[in-house]
Write a protein that binds this ligand. Structure first.
Ligand code: NAG
Ligand code: NAG
Ligand code: NAG
Ligand code: NAG
Ligand code: NAG
Length: 539
């Protein structure tokens, strides 16, 4: 036990022994007392405190550590009586004085703290401050509250920024990819060899020939598409049977055409086509475009817009970041939605395999054409039965809002979810259903109910539209989550037929997981002049 008496005799501090955090401060309100009285009082107090501290420990163990309970204990009462009889007003409190609670509970506004330089920035500063000024409980509490509030505000801002940084890092285009697109566009305008019709005229019949294996990739990322194409063709046992249909947007069309003109993957057939070049697109009303336009309008107004979302002080940073993400156009890209119109885009094809641009093919995919789909439309890997707690434990309730009556009355929350990214689509079977109509109907419902059925992505309306039309395929054909999980081991990933870097850590970004990136980058020729010229490196 330590005793500290301030020179002015205004404060007496008793620290009850090693390691015990709570301090007892006795404030002497009146100086009208003799040293002798004080000495006796303290002696007595010191003696009693040993006892009280034992009692309070016992009380604490009993689960009752409230100041007031101890205050009513007989010993304390006695203590107080003695003080009164000394005609000195002592202010005694054990553990946390009530005034500290009072101060800490008072709300503090942001503006109160703005521009104040006297608020301690660290715990060390705070302690030094308190020691120096020998403050009373109230000052202590006020300072504590100010410091904690300030720190909380900073942490909060930093947290939101961190979450958003990760979002921005994963959705913005790195400058190397930008560079690649520009160089290729330039090549397209200056080099006739970069402007070949893809495919060449004699191969055009293959595009509608159902004896070929047809693959579709929709992307505005040339490098990613080149990896999908290269890995698909390189691992194929019969590359001459492959037709790869690349759908891109207007701005990426020239770079994409230039890349595949200069890097043909013969004997495979490659078609590069921008969305506006499809007949179906020029026929007027395109529901997917209309839906996206409306969706973007609703999103920008959603919850009062981004500033209102950030202004809510009671919301957790991770929730704020998620809400801001919901506003992002990333989740509303045409390239993501377009797969719902595959039957219209390829009216003569019976079956296609649709690949996302963040996958790598590691095996021959022709066995996918032998799968008997039992009349179902979408051959997909289920995502509710893996060991992985995050990527492989998804049910309908993970994506859809089952608090909403429209959802809960139509679907089963425990229905297993499945994955987009590597899907076998039986277009013939699809044309006999209302899948695309259903998709747009639900997109509309979600907009009407202010995005309360689901918030992000194209999978939730996909889950709804393909409900009852799924044929489950072996997980070997599609290993997910490489953009989420550091834990995916290289060996596991290497042995899968198709790996999918879904999640934010795309292999073309700085934030990619270094141990998994080689599985992707091995399909890039780093001596290529375009790759080299844009400083795209192996690691
Ligand atoms: C702020 O977030 C809390 C917690 O989610 C919510 O209850 C409250 O309604 C929100 N306030 C505003 C103004 O949006
Ligand atoms: C598709 O929708 C139309 C009109 O809503 C309906 O008449 C038809 O029976 C539906 N077809 C299927 C296969 O559900
Ligand atoms: C889910 O639906 C309920 C009922 O309409 C709604 O109150 C709630 O805000 C929705 N949740 C989300 C996250 O949109
Ligand atoms: C990664 O694996 C380790 C050990 O198996 C485990 O403790 C950890 O929780 C895993 N991390 C994630 C994100 O799954
Ligand atoms: C990689 O690119 C260089 C330069 O264009 C070329 O000489 C080489 O053959 C390419 N390597 C492979 C494996 O295609």
């Amino acid at each position: 036990m330590q005793l500290h008496i301030s020179p002015s005799l205004r404060h007496v501090t008793v620290l009850p022994g090693k390691g015990v955090r709570e301090f007892i401060k006795v404030k002497v309100w009146s100086r009208r007392l003799s040293y002798r009285m004080l000495f006796y009082a303290l002696l007595f107090l010191t003696f009693l405190l040993r006892f009280v501290s034992v009692l309070s420990t016992v009380d604490t163990i009993d689960g009752d550590n409230k100041c007031s309970t101890i205050g009513t204990s007989f010993l304390l009462l006695l203590l107080l009586l003695i003080f009164v009889s000394f005609t000195v007003v002592f202010h005694v409190c054990l553990l946390v004085p009530e005034v500290i609670y009072q101060v800490l509970e008072e709300p503090i506004s942001k503006d109160e703290l703005q521009g104040r330089s006297d608020i301690p920035q660290t715990l060390e500063e705070f302690m030094a401050d308190i020691k120096e000024s020998k403050s009373d409980a109230k000052t202590f509490a006020v300072k504590l509250r100010e410091m904690v509030t300030l720190m909380e505000q900073r942490t909060r801002t930093a947290k939101i920024q961190e979450y958003l940084y990760r979002h921005v890092a994963s959705s913005s285009i790195p400058k190397q990819l930008h560079c690649l697109a520009l160089r290729l566009a330039n090549e397209h305008s200056t080099n006739a060899a970069a402007r070949l019709q893809l495919p060449s005229a004699e191969l055009v019949p293959a595009l509608v020939d159902n004896s070929y294996f047809h693959y579709v990739v929709a992307s505005d990322n040339v490098l990613a598409t080149s990896v999908v194409a290269m890995s698909l063709v390189k691992n194929s046992l019969r590359p001459e049977k492959i037709v790869l249909h690349i759908i891109t947007d207007r701005k990426t069309y020239y770079p994409m055409q230039a890349w595949f003109s200069l890097h043909p993957l013969t004997p495979a057939v490659i078609e590069v086509k921008a969305l506006h070049q499809f007949d179906w697109f020029s026929k007027g009303k395109v529901p997917v475009l209309e839906a996206m336009e409306k969706d973007q309008q609703v999103r920008s107004q959603f919850r009062g817009g981004s500033s209102a979302i950030v202004a809510n002080n009671t919301e957790k940073p991770v929730v704020i970041a998620a809400k801001l993400q919901a506003l992002s156009p990333k989740y509303n890209s045409l390239m993501n939605h377009i797969r719902i119109n595959l039957p219209e885009l390829y009216p003569s094809l019976n079956k296609v395999v649709f690949l996302d641009d963040d996958i790598v093919v590691q095996t021959d995919l022709s066995p996918l054409w032998d799968i008997d789909m039992n009349g179902k439309v979408n051959g997909a890997v289920e995502t509710c039965k893996g060991d992985d707690k995050f990527v492989m434990s998804k049910k309908f309730k993970s994506y859809l809002n089952f608090s909403h009556p429209l959802i809960s009355s139509n679907f089963d929350p425990d229905q297993c979810a499945w994955a987009y990214g590597m899907n076998v689509f039986d277009l013939e079977a699809w044309r006999k259903t209302n899948i695309s109509l259903t998709y747009h109907y639900w997109l509309e419902q979600n907009l009407k109910s202010d995005l309360s059925l689901w918030q992000l992505g194209t999978l939730p309306p996909g889950l709804i539209a393909f409900h009852g039309h799924i044929h489950v395929i072996d997980p070997f054909w599609h290993m997910l989550g490489l953009g989420y999980q550091e834990n995916t081991s290289f060996a596991d990933a290497e042995s899968a037929g198709v790996i999918h870097f879904n999640g934010r850590a795309k292999p073309w970004l700085d934030i990619a997981f270094p141990q998994l990136r080689p599985l992707w980058s091995k399909y890039i020729n780093f001596s290529d002049k375009f790759i080299k010229g844009c400083h795209i490196r192996a690691s």
